[in-house]
Structures are given as structure tokens and as C-alpha cells.
Design a protein around this ligand. Structure first.
Ligand SMILES: [Zn+2]
Length: 98
């Protein structure tokens, strides 16, 4: 049984041992019940790095940051999020225990 979170992250394993895995290199970041972003490498930068269309006039005084998350093993970018500067990492993928 395999599911994917996005094109770079898959849920692998079964029963109690589901893991969140890098789809590129097969590295297991953490148990599927954990926030994989806390186990990835994070780089935080200006939200404008997400693209030229993202807040080009710096509305809000750069309160927002773009966070990129990378596989610690192969450095593939796994995920991104836009968050308020200083806010804890979002947990947007939470899996219930089946
Ligand atoms: Zn990887």
C-alpha cells in the first residue's frame, strides 16, 4: 500500500510502520504520523522567491517568508510553504491512524 503526499513524497510501509519517504532516493524522513517538515532541511527566504507574481510590492512589510524543505539525503526540494515570519512550521499533512 503506497500513497503519495506530492510528487516528491510518498507514504511507504504498512500497519504501524508507515513512513514518509523521499520519492527520489528512498530516504525515510520520519514516521507517517510525524510532521515530515521537521525532519527535512529547511531554508527560509523572502516570499518573492516563490515567483515574481508573489507579493511583488512587499505588502505587509515582508511579514511572510517562503520556506523550502529539502531531503536531508539527496537535497531534492520536497515541499514549500509560505508562513508568517517566526511562526512554527505548518503541519499540512496529518494522517489519521487507521
Ligand atoms: Zn531524497
Amino acid at each position: 500500500m503506497m500513497a503519495s503526499i506530492n510528487e516528491f513524497l510518498i507514504i511507504a510501509g504498512d500497519g504501524e510502520r508507515k513512513m514518509i519517504r523521499c520519492a527520489r532516493c528512498g530516504f525515510d524522513l520520519c514516521a507517517a504520523t510525524e510532521n515530515h517538515k521537521l525532519h527535512a532541511l529547511m531554508q527560509e527566504g523572502p516570499v518573492q522567491e516563490a515567483g515574481p507574481h508573489v507579493n511583488p510590492h512587499h505588502l505587509g512589510g515582508d511579514k511572510f517568508v517562503l520556506r523550502r524543505f529539502y531531503c536531508p539525503n539527496c537535497l531534492t526540494q520536497l515541499n514549500t510553504e509560505v508562513a508568517l515570519r517566526g511562526e512554527p512550521v505548518l503541519w499540512d499533512v496529518q494522517l489519521g491512524t487507521e
